[in-house]
Design a protein around this ligand. Structure first.
Ligand code: HPA
Ligand code: ZN
Length: 340
């Protein structure tokens, strides 16, 4: 990199060493893989073709996306399917500068249709091991509870997850937000923390700023996923800054799910200017028009993100990760080399 205050090129933003902290592995399921796996597993699809499926990627809100997201993942059946899904994501991520990833999976979206949690974790884990060896990408898996299902289901899911505790670094909370406040999951998060797991939660994507406060106070999370509606509450913004609570922001997702009308209105730079630790992530890249590097490029185009901004957000992604101190030090050195 040379001039740190000028517009960074696409290739500079792609090569920027970064951690991705908000990525649903099921949200990396591209239409061509949907059809490939449907053929392999004998699943009949309610879509005529890859193009027909792609034409459905128009969303009016979070729920309209979730309906398609849960429908397409029905093609994921075997350990190999999950390994292949994860492999394809990692190849793409590597090409866009991802050096460490903490990915979510939604066990309940699989166990409820007869796919065991162990099948999912072992498949994802095999691909993560390959990436560690072949691509030098480090990683962790976050077990995410579906907040639109009862807390007792989350408890059972946690118990099942503990059979793969060596693989799972944290618990998360996702799915339909409004009407399903974090506080419903206080006990299961406490149990997870007692088991030594870290905690994060989606809050303030569609839900109000109060849900972010609940996630902090009742779930004791270390990061907030999305968190963009904090911008509506100046006292909360001040708290996030004072307590150094990172937000895993997903700009293209927010526009595609209409949490933000257009990218030019996105609050990420206002949150950053207020001292909040923000990171840039892709959420469900197969559905939202881009992987993490594409999200950086879109922010440059819509908001004038500079090389300094990009490097600051990448630095935060590394320091806010659950990677070891040694790994963080190594990645921060790569980031310094990028800055030149
Ligand atoms: N929000 C909530 N739940 C989700 C999302 C999201 O963006 N992606 C996958 N599950
Ligand atoms: Zn998400």
């Amino acid at each position: 990199m040379s001039d740190s205050s000028s517009a960074p090129s696409d290739s500079a933003l792609f090569s920027l060493p970064k951690a991705e902290l908000h990525l649903h592995i099921e949200g990396t399921l591209e239409p061509d893989l949907v059809f490939e796996l449907a053929g392999r597993n004998g699943v009949s699809l309610p879509f005529a073709s890859v193009d027909d499926l792609r034409s459905k990627y128009e969303f009016s809100d979070l729920q309209s996306f979730l309906d398609l997201y849960y429908a397409t993942m029905d093609v994921l059946r075997t350990e190999d399917d999950f390994a292949e899904l994860t492999r394809r994501y990692l190849a793409k991520a590597a090409s866009q500068g991802v050096r460490h990833v903490e990915l979510f999976f939604d066990p309940q979206a699989h166990t409820t249709r007869g796919v065991r949690l162990e099948t999912v974790v072992d498949g994802i884990g095999a691909a993560l091991d390959e990436a560690e060896r072949d691509l030098d990408i480090s990683s962790g898996i976050i077990l995410s509870f579906l907040r639109d299902r009862p807390a007792e289901d989350a408890e059972a899911t946690l118990m099942a997850g503990l059979s793969r505790s060596e693989r799972i670094i944290a618990v998360g909370l996702d799915s339909a937000e409004v009407g399903n406040p974090p506080g419903l999951f206080e006990d299961v998060f406490a149990r997870a923390r007692d088991e030594g797991l870290r905690a994060v939660a989606h809050a303030g994507e569609e839900g109000p700023p109060e849900y972010i406060i609940e996630a902090l106070d009742l779930l004791q999370v270390e990061r907030i996923d999305h968190g963009i509606r904090a911008i509506e509450d100046p006292a909360l913004v001040a708290r996030l800054a004072a307590e150094s609570i990172p937000l895993t922001v997903c700009p293209l997702s927010n526009v595609r799910l209409r949490a933000v009308p257009v990218l030019a209105d996105h609050p990420i730079l206002r949150l950053d200017a207020a001292g909040v630790a923000v990171t840039v992530n892709s959420d469900d890249p197969a559905y939202f028009g881009g992987y993490v590097g594409d999200n950086f490029v879109a922010l440059r185009d819509a908001l004038g993100l500079t090389a300094d901004d990009a490097a600051r957000f990448a630095r935060t992604s590394i320091t806010a990760s659950f990677a070891s101190d040694d790994r963080k030090t190594a990645l921060l050195a790569e980031l310094d080399a990028w800055r030149g």
